[in-house]
Design a protein around this ligand. Structure first.
Ligand code: NCD
Length: 337
């Protein structure tokens, strides 16, 4: 794929070598994300960050990634603070805002909305999540993390065995991750969810057509025995008709240290796109796993910076200029990565 000037809307745009290109550039972003070097390659550029749904990580890390490349961020959050609340169409908003920015990152509760916005935008648009449809940048950072965790165990992504657990029906991160795994060989996927929250059929078919071995189950313990990764997800309560309906499923699958020790192979990696629901009624990933060195959830969030920096550098075509506009940091960096 041609990255320069492109929208990043769906995993369907990517082939394996495109993913490898993103990862290669992400690797090169490490000194900047780790505050050893500062680059001003995007000095003067503006990111329009438009988040019409709750977001902490995705919004802040898109913004911080842009800042780390030397650019500035303008943010709009929530419908009530934007002219959409006055009846403005996505088309008009896109025409206007793309005149104020060099690139836009957007999240919206409706499936397909980011693509609709992108069609009217005059600058590249990166999808930060459109309803329960896709979350391509999250899938890329998840796979980047999987690659890193497996490399530490002397393995590559091919032949990966992964269990995805929780709300597979509405979880856009797992939708995008499944599509991304279709680009790799010999992958085995265990889909663990309540019957009502199964992975959409078209995605299961797509995986099988791509040669993945897919199994579905509603039993956690039996499904996490022979996998390299357990990828847990939150019940997406905002997509249910009522909170009561979401309550039926919350807390159904809980991974804690005792279950992990009893059922998982040693060194099984634990992932979650976050936020994990830590209320007593949910706890899909118990806090007693916090000291487990295989808990990779904060390595995932750190990697989000690298991957989003890489995507900006590729889409704005500055990859080869990043180091030329760099210097060492002036301050003492106390943070350890
Ligand atoms: C996810 C999302 O928004 O889809 N969060 C994220 O971006 N890391 C997952 C979730 O909200 O459960």
């Amino acid at each position: 794929m041609q990255f320069a000037g492109s929208h990043i809307l769906s995993i369907a745009q990517f082939q394996r070598h495109d993913v490898e290109r993103v990862f290669q550039v992400a690797d090169r972003m490490r000194p900047y994300a780790h505050r050893e070097r500062v680059t001003k390659v995007l000095d003067g550029a503006i990111l329009g960050a438009m988040f019409f749904e709750p977001s902490t990580r995705t919004r802040v890390s898109f913004g911080a990634a842009f800042n780390l490349l030397g650019g500035e961020v303008r943010e709009t959050t929530g419908f009530e603070m934007s002219a959409i609340a006055k009846g403005e169409s996505l088309y008009d908003t896109a025409r206007v805002l793309s005149g104020y920015s060099d690139v836009i990152a957007m999240r919206h509760p409706q499936e397909g909305s980011v693509a609709e916005f992108a069609a009217a935008s005059r600058v590249p648009v990166l999808n930060g999540g459109d309803g329960s449809n896709e979350h391509p940048t999250q899938a890329l950072l998840d796979l980047y993390t999987i690659r890193q965790e497996l490399a530490a165990r002397g393995r590559g992504i091919d032949q990966l065995r992964i269990a995805m657990v929780g709300d597979l029906r509405y979880g856009r991160t797992v939708h995008s991750l499944c599509k991304l795994l279709c680009l790799f060989d010999g992958v085995q996927v265990m889909l663990v969810s309540p019957l009502e929250l199964r992975m959409p059929e078209d995605i299961v078919e797509q995986m099988r057509a791509a040669g993945l071995q897919v199994e579905e189950s509603d039993a956690l313990e039996a499904s996490i025995r022979h996998v390299d990764i357990v990828y847990s997800t939150r019940i997406q309560e905002e997509r249910f008709a009522s909170r009561q309906e979401a309550d039926l499923y919350r807390g159904r699958f809980r991974l804690n240290q005792a279950i992990y020790t009893e059922h998982c192979e040693p060194n099984t990696v634990i992932m979650h796109p976050l936020p994990r629901d830590s209320r007593a009624t949910a706890r899909e990933l118990d806090e007693d796993l916090n000291d487990n060195p295989n808990l990779a959830i904060f390595r995932q969030t750190d990697n989000g910076m690298l991957v989003r920096m890489a995507l900006f550098a590729l889409v704005l075509d500055v990859v080869e200029q990043v180091d030329r506009h760099a210097r060492d940091v002036n301050w003492y960096t106390a943070r350890r990565f």
